[in-house]
Design a protein around this ligand. Structure first.
Ligand code: HEM
Length: 126
């Protein structure tokens, strides 16, 4: 039987690009998160997160071709991430997920992952 990846089931590149675009619209005006982002232009960060998620869910592996192994804990080490930062991140990601109108079971799988990943990247008691 044909195996369909979550990437395909969720709608491919377009879905993850919409998700991450909506997320960064929130980050752009967020007083907690915006100062963490080193670059003035959030476009490159948006691209990295989109490519990471596309790869994670079974799509093209462009992220690792460009960036190598994800090593997310290590890559977040330079940023102080406490509960406040985690919850702000999840707030904007929730807006992104809501904007997708995915079938409920796919939305749940996606949100469950994002929630767990965000909790795993907390690196400070804040
Ligand atoms: C990069 C913050 C959670 C995936 C970054 C950057 C910041 C940041 C400031 C640097 C921006 C850049 O130049 O790329 C945060 C905060 C989080 C969080 C405050 C709250 C918990 C997550 C989660 C994921 C994720 C849950 C994955 C599901 C990434 C990726 C990059 C990145 C893929 C780019 C890594 C690279 O290739 O350099 N994050 N992040 N982040 N973040 Fe997060």
């Amino acid at each position: 039987s044909q195996q369909v990846t979550y990437y395909e089931a969720m709608g491919g590149d377009d879905t993850f690009r919409r998700l991450v675009h909506r997320f960064y619209e929130g980050v752009a005006t967020d007083p907690v998160l915006r100062p963490l982002y080193p670059e003035e232009d959030l476009g490159p960060a948006e691209e990295r997160l989109a490519l990471f998620l596309i790869q994670y869910w079974g799509g093209p592996t462009t992220y690792s071709e460009q960036r190598g192994h994800p090593r997310l804990r290590m890559r977040h080490h330079p940023f102080v991430i406490g509960e406040k930062e985690r919850d702000a991140w999840l707030l904007h990601m929730r807006a992104g997920v809501d904007s997708l109108d995915l079938p409920p079971h796919l939305e749940e799988v996606l949100w469950d992952y994002l929630t767990r990943a965000a909790h795993s990247l907390v690196n400070s008691e804040g």
